[in-house]
Design a protein around this ligand. Structure first.
Ligand SMILES: [Zn+2]
Length: 386
């Protein structure tokens, strides 16, 4: 392809993506409004929308409700149901492989029990789940495969630090692309949950959102002006909050995720002779038992220190905390928020809204689908669709 033809194709792809993104973000929009928002001519919009309708990515859905004389414009909407995604979620105890539409609506799921297994064993299960689900759909309609894993994921899709699963550097992306010949995007599970919050939980006027995830450790994700800030890797769980604190699996001492964990509080409760498990310390906390209250408040304070450190670096308007391991005792999160507010620069503190959320597995799948669509409908993606 010569340079000029290449540029024309690139421009065409860019304009199609611009229009698709505008329609995705503004359901029930009319063609003139798309032209206004994208800066393209109405004639170009007409052509591009026809292309997107033919591809099954946009549908016409009724007429605008305008009080003016003349033909009313047709409303346009993103169509999630004509194409499919595979969303794989890998946690410390379970692998689930789901077939979804482009909005992350789950059509079918295969679940596998999974704990203390190697990356190789996990990969075999993932491959068998994906094979079974792919057999159910038209392969040309499957746009991509997303993997959310509780791990630090490098930009090339390999895993670097994998929480308690302790996998070595694993190339999930390469292995699965070779097997299924579809684009594979690997992301940290916390990023998938944060995508859901960015879409559905975060408020309208939030420019900078910090998402703190308390599932399988402590992760942080930053969104700026609605987009994932990819330069923040978010491993606040392994920042030090106590110089000579407990030993962490990462090799350091006093990491946030150890010092604020329920596991640690449970062990100390056991040592005090008051109970035997994490459930006991939570029950003790709820009933006001002094040792349990002191242990969990201490955990909350450590969490608050970690959050304040992140806030003083990122200056968010909103901090959304996914309760995760603290779902049974969310009062600990109030302690954490109070502690964080005490330690944040006072000039920032008043403007920050703290919210708690409980992001379920199905919400995380919706977040994964959002993330996958952003990757697939991106100018750098070289797939066939555009
Ligand atoms: Zn650590």
């Amino acid at each position: 392809m010569n340079g000029q033809v290449g540029n024309v194709h690139l421009m065409q792809k860019l304009n199609r993506l611009k229009v698709l993104s505008c329609i995705r973000k503004n359901p029930y929009i009319v063609r003139p409004a798309v032209a206004e928002q994208t800066g393209l001519s109405l004639a170009s919009i007409t052509n591009i929308v026809s292309f997107l309708i033919e591809k099954g990515l946009v549908v016409e859905t009724g007429f605008e409700n305008a009080e003016r004389i003349g033909r009313k414009a047709v409303l346009l909407k993103f169509c999630p149901s004509e194409h499919n995604l595979i969303c794989v979620s890998i946690s410390q105890s379970r692998i689930s492989v789901s077939l979804t539409d482009l909005d992350g609506k789950i059509l079918q799921t295969k679940d596998f029990d999974f704990s203390e297994q190697s990356a190789k064993e996990a990969l075999l299960k993932i491959k068998s789940g994906i094979s079974a689900l792919i057999a159910e759909v038209d392969p040309s309609k499957l746009l991509g495969i997303g993997i959310a894993v509780s791990a630090l994921v490098l930009s090339d899709g390999t895993l670097a630090v994998s929480s308690k699963m302790r996998w070595d550097k694993t190339d999930l992306k390469g292995e699965l692309e070779k097997e299924f010949n579809k684009p594979v995007f690997v992301t940290d599970s916390s990023v998938a949950r944060a995508h859901y919050c960015n879409e559905f939980v975060s408020g309208e006027n939030i420019r900078s959102m910090l998402f703190v995830d308390l599932v399988d450790g402590v992760g942080a994700v930053h969104f700026y002006e609605g987009h994932l800030n990819r330069s923040v890797i978010g491993e606040i769980g392994h920042t030090t909050v106590e110089k000579d604190g407990d030993e962490c699996f990462c090799g350091n001492r006093g990491c946030l995720e150890i010092m604020c964990s329920l596991e640690r509080a449970g062990e100390q409760y056991k040592k005090s002779g008051k109970g035997k498990s994490i459930d006991d310390v939570i029950k003790g906390y709820e009933s006001g038992e002094k040792t349990a209250v002191a242990l969990l408040n201490r955990a909350g304070e450590y969490l608050g220190i970690g959050m304040a450190n992140a806030v003083n670096v990122l200056n968010p308007d909103a901090v959304i905390i996914n309760a995760g391991q603290y779902q049974g005792c969310t009062a600990v999160l109030d302690v954490a928020i109070d502690e964080a507010r005490r330690r944040i620069f006072s000039a920032l503190s008043d403007g920050i809204e703290f919210k708690t959320a409980e992001i379920s597995d199905s919400m995380m799948i919706e977040g994964m689908a959002q993330n996958l669509c952003e990757c697939i409908f991106d100018i750098n993606f070289d797939g066939e669709i555009f």
